[in-house]
Ligand binder design. Structure first.
Ligand SMILES: [Zn+2]
Length: 526
């Protein structure tokens, strides 16, 4: 692991984090004991929560139109195995499969066992990105590699961008965390036995020929507060493929023809369209963007506190934001402008792009309440901007948009969830803001939201839809039905390969670690 990183989100889960940076978090297997609330109180709180908390992937008060137009499900995210490396067996560990019977009413000797089931059986972001990107479950830490073999002979899954490329489309990935992190790697069609091999993954993204656009953090010359790293020893080139790759990108001499942009001004000019009018841009076919920040646009900036109570913590946005970097929306709209230009130039071939709000997960790992709100709101704002961009460019009808999370992080539940299992989030003190707490520093196996815009019934033919009535009771009837994360690949690949779908472009939005309770809490912060 790189020394400059204080911790490694999603990497080995809570264990590492508990030991290092974030003293206030706790390992997933070290949960306080929770019991069930008496039924009447619980019912009353569920009803109160359902009535007052908005669990929409997008908040109704700012995005009503898009909320109404979405087809809504929940989704399961469990991995094939929790082994951190290939086992050679390729068998589903049945103990990890999401099962309502093991969650809502499960107890042993008077203690609720659902919360520990959820924190004990999660995916990491690599296995989930592989499942989302290639439709196949695999072991935690795998980037589109099968569990069937324990070495490099392990076969590679075919990911959505590879399929899109075979069908002549323009492809890209955008993230607010390092460009070679698990989610962009998996949904960007990279392949590696281990997600930790950032430099190898970045180089595959730059050289395999799958991708035309790669945007993300990971700048070697800047820290998380966007300040210069003056000590050359402390510069981390791994996220961008190593020093040699970085120098080729900087000098414009990368053999695959990548053009690099870095400044906030360039991202803004890409988003407003002016950069693409520039002569120097006329022949750019491959574009990478690495803003002036080490690992996240905003989440890692100074002034965060990983604590449970609101009392001593600055409110969301109270700590000055990094001003030397574009925001998530700017990066994403800029990327869409480039992809659409290239698509048009190639004869309206269409595009595929993965757009990730990656640091929701990092804030949740660190149990940072204000920062998880900031990160969720940034991703929601970007999602709305994507839909409006599609509408403005008259592309809504021919574009499939899927918005989901790769897993939940932090086992976020209501204010008394350390005592009572599944205590719903709710406004306790009447300030209009839903109260919540983190019950883990790691991931959970909770269902996540899965919203879809565009496409027709062709896409959903033959899809397995399961049900969990407790989800509906808590979060609204649309969340009674759930798909699986592998269905992101099924829908996307069908959209790309079956002309009856009427789809030309595929956009997959991922809120990393963005669970329903954190979303509900964030939606109440106006
Ligand atoms: Zn994570």
């Amino acid at each position: 692991m790189n020394k400059r990183l204080g911790y490694a989100p999603c990497w080995l889960g809570a264990a590492i984090i508990g030991m290092s940076l974030v003293g206030t978090t706790f390992a997933a297997d070290d949960q306080p004991t929770v019991t069930f609330q008496d039924a009447a109180t619980h019912q009353q709180r569920v009803a109160e929560s359902a009535k007052t908390v908005d669990y929409g992937m997008l908040p109704s008060h700012t995005a009503r139109k898009w909320v109404d137009r979405a087809t809504k499900f929940a989704a399961s995210t469990y991995p094939l195995t929790q082994s951190g490396k290939a086992t050679g067996k390729n068998e589903q560990d049945v103990n990890l499969i999401y099962d309502p019977a093991k969650i809502w009413h499960a107890e042993k000797e008077g203690k609720a066992t659902g919360p520990s089931f959820l924190t004990g059986t999660p995916t990491d972001s690599a296995a989930s990105a592989s499942a989302l990107g290639s439709g196949s479950k695999t072991y935690n830490s795998s980037i589109n590699k099968s569990d069937a073999s324990t070495d490099q002979r392990s076969f590679d899954f075919v990911a959505i961008p590879q399929l899109a490329k075979q069908y002549g489309k323009i492809t890209g990935t955008v993230t607010t965390v390092p460009l070679s992190h698990a989610t962009p790697a998996g949904l960007g069609g990279a392949h590696n036995l281990s997600r930790g091999n950032y430099a190898e993954i970045a180089n595959e993204m730059y050289t395999r020929g799958t991708l035309d656009l790669v945007f993300g953090a990971g700048h070697p010359m800047y820290d998380d507060s966007s300040r210069d790293i003056t000590d050359p020893e402390k510069r981390n080139y791994n996220y961008v493929g190593g020093k040699e790759t970085w120098e080729l990108l900087k000098s414009g001499k990368h053999s695959n023809g990548w053009k690099l942009i870095e400044t906030k001004a360039d991202f803004e000019k890409l988003a407003d369209g002016s950069l693409l009018m520039d002569e120097a841009f006329a022949h750019v076919t491959k574009l990478t963007g690495v803003p002036f920040v080490a690992s996240t646009l905003q989440q890692g900036r100074t002034g965060a506190r990983g604590v449970q109570t609101d009392a001593e913590v600055p409110a969301p946005y109270a700590v000055p934001m990094n001003t030397n970097v574009p925001d998530e929306t700017t990066m994403i709209i800029g990327a869409l402008n480039f992809l659409q230009k290239r698509s048009k130039e190639a004869g309206n071939v269409g595009f595929y792009v993965m757009l990730e709000g990656g640091a929701v997960d990092w804030a949740a790992h660190a149990n940072q309440k204000p920062r998880i709100v900031e990160e969720i709101q940034a991703h929601q704002k970007a999602t709305v901007a994507v839909l409006e961009w599609l509408e403005k460019n008259d592309l809504l009808k021919e574009t499939l948009v899927i918005s989901t999370a790769d897993h939940e992080t932090g086992l976020v539940w209501g204010p008394e969830s350390d005592k009572f299992a599944f205590d719903p989030i709710r406004d306790v003190n009447g300030d209009g803001v839903a109260d919540f707490r983190f019950n883990s520093g790691g991931h959970s196996n909770s269902l996540v939201p899965f919203w879809v815009w565009g496409g027709n019934e062709v896409l959903f033919q033959g899809m397995t839809i399961k049900t969990d009535p407790e989800m509906g009771a808590l979060y609204g009837p649309e969340y009674t039905r759930y798909l699986d994360n592998t269905d992101v690949f099924r829908l996307s690949s069908r959209a790309i390969t079956d002309s009856r779908s009427g789809i030309r472009n595929v956009i997959v939005l991922i809120g990393d670690g963005m669970g329903l309770n954190a979303i509900g809490a964030s939606n109440s912060v106006k």
